[in-house]
Design a binder for this molecule. Structure first.
Ligand code: LLP
Length: 490
């Protein structure tokens, strides 16, 4: 949707430009102080703006038109926003460190279209299961630039990774070392591997997404000596070529302290490896990126600051230990796609309920999705901001509880200021790009939403909406031969 230059000028005046965390210039609302306080949920990210129809626009596409055309719930991805984040990451790290490769953590959101985009941006891709590997293959992602993760890779998955020719496999446990070595030797292949380590760092994030502490299922403990033993174990095997260490401490991190502490532990381990084996660690992967803004009040360091502190700590840490400079790898997921995703819902029933405690009543706003398209509030007490996409600039009329449509209390947003939500309104929930589509389910047999990429006024469907037919395609009918009783071997 194009706007006239005249409109642009008056629009700018009404919504003075500011620079958002990802570097895009954004309009913000100039409302009186009280309204701003009530509309504390209101922030625009990436290419989001308010268009001349007074609607939310993303990637040049009117959100209301998108909702009408593709129906709701709908995952909308701002393609320019994703690409911009990729470029910001690359520029921030490549300008500061001689050898660096950034991979995208596919678990955050992965479809063939996303894999293609990531390839075009020169990122590697981290896959964490045979299924994610399959998506990468469907997208023809260059195998050499794939990193294969997981804390319990099956023999089948390891063989699929070898068949595909993935660049690096990250070994998590003794069983994987033995299984992969045998499988690689059987093919007369020597597979490049990294050792996943637990650096003994407890990051400040939700307990369900901490991974770097000693008490973790992931990797080999540095503190106990298991990590060093694993490296020595790998070095003795013909099917495996040890090239690096991998540490991922946790997700949605609001500061860099955990990354820096993990770096220190991993460098100490690199020194111990050199002393024990004479080998230098060639590659160092420091895992995922930082968190994102779910609420306007959220503050997360800029990627540039993250890169500056991490690379200078790395260079200092190497110098003080007299270690050679390794190739640095990172694999952000959430901070690449999180803010670029918006979920559009249609408002259905609203209900004002008297409650004994303050404030005396609650207004529920029910939407046509819920925990099936976004399980994060249920799992991690995740918080979100939202707006009525068909009148985002209208002043809020109160705070509302956004409820899903599942057969349990699936609150999507506990309390959000909205402008008089009514049946038929389009609710836009922001920062839903990471771990929403990838963790979606069909609970209550709700079909999963469609996915569109928007860019410069065009929308392309990259994931079609599930149909009722899709929902039963794996179910075996009563008369289906596949469902005939089988005699199991004793
Ligand atoms: N590398 C590894 C090995 C990981 O396990 C993860 C995330 C990442 C990279 C990417 O981390 P990020 O940059 O996205 O923070 N489902 C949860 C998040 C789980 C994260 C799992 N690992 C959520 O919805 O918050």
């Amino acid at each position: 949707m194009q706007t006239s230059p005249g409109f642009e000028a008056s629009h700018r005046q009404r919504f003075p430009a500011t620079v958002s965390g990802n570097g895009f210039r954004q309009p913000v609302q100039s409302l009186d102080t009280r309204a701003v306080a009530i509309l504390g949920h209101m922030f625009l990210v990436g290419t989001q703006r308010i268009n001349d129809a007074g609607h939310l626009e993303i990637g040049g596409c009117d959100a209301v038109t998108l909702a009408r055309h593709f129906e709701t719930p709908l995952y909308v991805f701002d393609e320019a926003g994703i690409r911009e984040r990729c470029r910001t990451y690359r520029a921030a790290f490549e300008s500061r460190y001689p050898h660096v490769t950034i991979a995208y953590a596919g678990k955050a959101f992965l479809t063939p279209a996303m894999a293609r985009l990531i390839d075009e941006e020169g990122f590697d891709l981290d896959v964490a299961s045979g299924g994610e590997l399959h998506v990468a293959r469907v997208a023809d992602f260059p195998a050499r630039r794939l990193v294969f993760h997981g804390n319990n890779k099956s023999a089948r998955e390891l063989n699929e990774a070898l068949d595909t020719g993935v660049g690096r496999i990250v070994l998590d446990n003794d069983l994987e070392i033995v299984t992969l070595d045998a499988a690689a030797q059987a093919r007369r292949h020597c597979q490049e591997v990294w050792i996943r380590v637990a650096p003994g760092v407890d990051p400040h994030t939700h307990r369900r997404i901490r991974t770097g502490q000693n008490d973790t299922k992931f990797g080999f403990n540095i503190t106990s000596g298991a990590a060093l033993e694993a490296v020595v174990n790998v070095l003795g095997r013909q099917g495996l070529l040890f090239t690096g260490l991998h540490a991922h401490v946790g997700s949605n991190l609001k500061d860099m302290e955990a990354h820096l502490a993990a770096l220190d532990a991993v460098l100490d381990l690199s020194l111990a490896i050199r002393e024990e084996t004479g080998l230098s660690v060639e590659e160092l992967n420091l895992g995922g990126g930082l968190g994102i803004r779910y609420l306007p009040s959220d503050e997360v360091p800029a990627v540039d600051e993250f890169a500056a502190r991490l690379t200078s700590a790395l260079l200092d840490g190497l110098a003080s230990r007299h270690l050679p400079v390794p190739h640095l790898h990172l694999e952000p997921g959430r901070s690449i796609v999180g803010e670029a995703g918006t979920t559009l819902y249609t408002v259905g029933a609203t209900k004002s309920v008297p409650i004994p405690e303050a404030p005396g009543h609650r207004t529920f706003v029910a939407i046509d999705g819920g925990m099936s398209d976004n399980p994060r509030p249920q799992l991690y007490d995740a918080v979100y901001s939202a707006m009525i996409a068909n009148r985002p600039a209208a002043p809020a009329t109160g705070t509302y509880r956004v409820a899903g449509k599942h057969c349990e209390t699936d609150t999507l947003i506990d309390d959000v200021a909205l402008a008089n939500p009514q049946a038929g309104d389009i609710l836009a929930v922001q920062s839903t790009g990471a771990y929403n589509h990838s963790m979606a389910s069909t609970y209550n047999r709700l079909p999963r939403p469609a996915v569109v990429f928007v860019r410069e006024g065009t929308a392309r469907l990259v994931g079609r909406r599930e149909t009722y037919q899709d929902l039963v395609r794996l179910d075996i009918g009563i008369d289906d031969e596949a469902g005939a009783p089988v005699n199991l071997p004793s």
